[in-house]
Design a protein around this ligand. Structure first.
Ligand SMILES: NC(=O)c1ccc[n+]([C@@H]2O[C@H](COP(=O)([O-])OP(=O)(O)OC[C@H]3O[C@@H](n4cnc5c(N)ncnc54)[C@H](O)[C@@H]3O)[C@@H](O)[C@H]2O)c1
Length: 296
């Protein structure tokens, strides 16, 4: 399937009516929120019931803020809320058109989950993974119907960022790709069809830039503020690479660079030694209150 073949005016598969999101962390919550806002019934499940409770509460807070700021009306929010439910078990998978997993980025955890969910899903349903770095082909191999498995790589914060990389594994059927692309549009986002390659497109381009900014800092080329200002004012980026690294999490940046270096077999992706030292020191960025900048 070429890029041209995903134009709006082509194939229109059945819309998704019921979805399940597995993993109620940062990404699962955002994905469930976006699905509910599109008027699709969505259940949120997590192996940790507290995470589901927190996830549903966090989504409710986002909606309350949207009303307070006049971006949404109370009746819109009531409608969204009626679409969102918590699921007590994975058995809910037997009743959905689409399941999206957003559990820890850990191969064995994802493989076990995919085995279990794919055995429960109806034969025509799709199983999507939000993995940032694991091969979709490898994950699909664990599924009952590998041709119905695909990558849907959302970006954080999901309700704000429009892009979803639609990742085609070696076994993924054309019909699955068409269905997944239509779903991404159904929730008002922009699909980008990409092959199953380490880092897909966004992280493969973004992380080397962040890494180079860290090399510049380590070599004393400029201060963090100056490095970020150059890219904002000279390249029109909305935020500088070091501030962005703090937002993503320096541990996550290091993981992605290691994956790119290992899986593409190219040392041009080698992580900057300063990045390794900052991760070792627990300076992980915003989430820990300190990274290239302080957040206290
Ligand atoms: N955080 C990001 O910016 C980002 C961006 C794109 C993609 N991703 C990918 O999304 C996925 C989730 O990332 P996150 O940042 O939301 O993680 P997170 O740690 O915030 O949440 C993961 C959740 O998965 C749950 N979980 C773990 N094992 C489970 C299982 N077997 N069954 C059900 N639930 C289980 C955990 O309890 C936790 O609540 C990862 O694959 C990650 O690579 C993350």
């Amino acid at each position: 399937m070429s890029d041209e073949s995903i134009r709006q005016d082509e194939v229109r598969p059945e819309p998704v009516r019921r979805a399940l999101v597995v993993g109620a962390g940062t990404m699962g919550r955002g994905i469930a929120q976006s699905i509910a806002e599109a008027g699709i019934a969505v259940s949120l499940y997590d192996v940790d019931p507290v995470a589901v409770e927190r996830g549903v509460a966090a989504i409710g807070e986002q909606w309350a803020k949207a009303v307070a700021k006049g971006r949404r009306t109370g009746s819109e929010i009531a409608e969204f809320q009626s679409q969102l439910q918590s699921a007590e078990s994975l058995a809910r998978a037997a009743d959905v058109d689409l399941a999206i997993e957003a559990v820890f980025e850990h191969l064995e955890t994802k493989l076990a989950l995919i085995r279990e969910v794919s055995a429960l899903l109806p034969a025509t349903s799709i199983l999507a993974s939000n993995t940032s770095s694991i091969s979709i082909t490898r994950l699909a191999a664990a599924a009952t119907r590998p041709e119905r498995v695909i990558g849907l790589h959302f970006f954080n914060p999901v309700p704000v960022l429009p892009l979803v990389e639609v990742v085609r594994g070696m076994q993924t059927a054309d019909a699955t790709v068409e269905h997944a692309v239509a779903f991404v549009r159904q929730i008002g986002k922009e699909p980008a069809l990409v092959q199953d390659s380490p880092g897909f497109v966004v992280n493969r381009i973004l992380l080397p830039m962040i890494n180079e900014a860290i090399f510049c800092l380590a070599e004393g080329v400029a201060s963090p503020e100056t490095i970020d200002a150059t890219m904002k004012l000279g390249a029109n980026h909305p935020m500088g690479p070091l501030a962005l690294a703090d937002l993503i999490g320096l541990d996550v940046c290091l993981d992605i660079l290691e994956t790119l270096q290992r899986d593409l077999g190219d040392d041009k992706y080698r992580p900057a030694p300063l990045l390794r030292r900052m991760v070792a020191a627990g300076k992980l960025g915003r989430k820990r209150g300190a990274g290239f900048y302080d957040y206290v």
